[in-house]
Design a protein around this ligand. Structure first.
Ligand SMILES: [Mn+2]
Length: 352
């Protein structure tokens, strides 16, 4: 049996964020097409609590073959069957083991001020020897490679020692919106529709196979695709050609079909030094002419300065080569990025 998983949909109203409803509906449609009967939502289904969730309830009503299993997240900790209700909707307000197909899921609702280990404590004696899957909403400690930029602080952390102590076979988490796998058996589902320009690229949901314990990421058809690109320029006679090539390479890396181009909203920035700010802006505009800019903000040129000093150009090029040759692998994440170091060096060379 296959089970669909998503998280961090952050529904508001259809009028305000139709794209979030459309993404969830797309997950439902693809689930039904795959004969999936259960959709688990690992927290933050709603962006904030209200007294009326009828738009979501009628969405569920349209997919009567699907069972919706909802755990609350830090954005919707107070949801329950008292305020979200429907024949095929179940909201889990306490940690509980739930058998779906041949798999045992422990569904742990978000609780403020608690760690995941504490959240699991009340049902710990039920864990037993059978393999089980933990579903929760929070930070993974010892692997916060993508902190949630919108929410600094710690949310119901799951630590490596929790993993070693409790031994879940697999963990699926909501909260961090970037889909990723911090360790081999811990997976962030990721938001199914980018909430803003920082949530870039194609979005996905997970399809878990209870027969063999594996899962696959399935792409969500979204209304919007966000991308952010920043380019680094140093003055040279072929700076425009170089930039053109970089733009084409970045767009190719998005891995999207031409048919999806109208969905794209891009934020473009450029840093460094140029011999011709006007020509450079034109190159950027031509390079991204197939796409819309996020909030109609054109390329950000604020960090690009003019320079036509040939001697400084020679020094700058040699300096950048030397920075490139440094061992960058020793960093542990807190030190400046290579691009930041390059910018700082150029700033000294060009003395601006
Ligand atoms: Mn969230």
């Amino acid at each position: 049996m296959k089970i669909a998983l998503t998280a961090d949909v952050h529904l508001t109203t259809r009028a305000k964020n139709p794209e979030r409803y459309n993404a969830l509906e797309n997950i439902c449609e693809q689930s039904v097409a795959r004969n999936v009967e259960h959709l688990i939502i690992a927290g933050d289904l709603f962006d904030q609590e209200t007294g009326n969730y009828s738009e979501f309830e009628s969405l569920c009503g349209a997919y009567s073959k699907l069972q919706f299993h909802i755990i609350p997240g830090n954005h919707d900790p107070g949801i329950s069957s008292k305020n979200v209700t429907g024949k095929n909707i179940r909201v889990y307000t306490h940690p509980i083991f739930q058998e779906v197909g041949s798999a045992r899921f422990l569904l742990v609702p978000y609780e403020e001020g608690k760690s995941m280990g504490e959240g699991v404590a009340s049902v710990r004696n039920m864990i037993g020897g059978e393999p089980w899957i933990l579903i929760g909403h929070g930070d993974f400690y010892g692997g916060v490679t993508h902190p949630n930029p919108l929410e600094p602080g710690t949310y119901m952390p799951l630590s490596k020692s929790d993993l070693e102590r409790l031994e879940p076979q697999t963990v699926f988490l909501g909260h961090i919106h970037v889909p990723h796998d911090p360790v081999s058996n811990v997976h962030y589902v990721g938001s199914p529709s980018g909430l803003d320009i920082t949530e870039t690229g194609r979005r996905s949901f997970l399809c878990y196979d209870t027969s063999n314990g594996t899962h696959e990421r399935v792409g969500v058809e979204t209304d919007v695709l966000y991308f952010q690109e920043t380019f680094f320029v140093i003055p040279s006679d072929d700076e425009l050609e170089t930039l053109k090539g970089q733009i084409a390479a970045q767009i190719a890396g998005w891995d999207i079909e031409t048919a999806d181009y109208p969905k794209v909203q891009v934020r473009v920035g450029v840093q460094g030094y140029t011999k011709d700010r006007g020509a450079l802006l034109q190159t950027l505009e031509e390079g991204f002419s197939d796409f819309s800019y996020y909030e109609d903000q054109g390329p950000n040129m604020a960090n690009l300065s003019f320079s036509d000093n040939d001697q400084l150009e020679v020094i700058a090029n040699r300096t950048l080569e030397l920075i490139e040759e440094l061992d960058w692998a020793w960093r542990d994440g807190r030190e400046p990025e290579k691009e930041q170091v390059k910018l700082a060096a150029l700033s000294v060379i060009y003395q601006d």
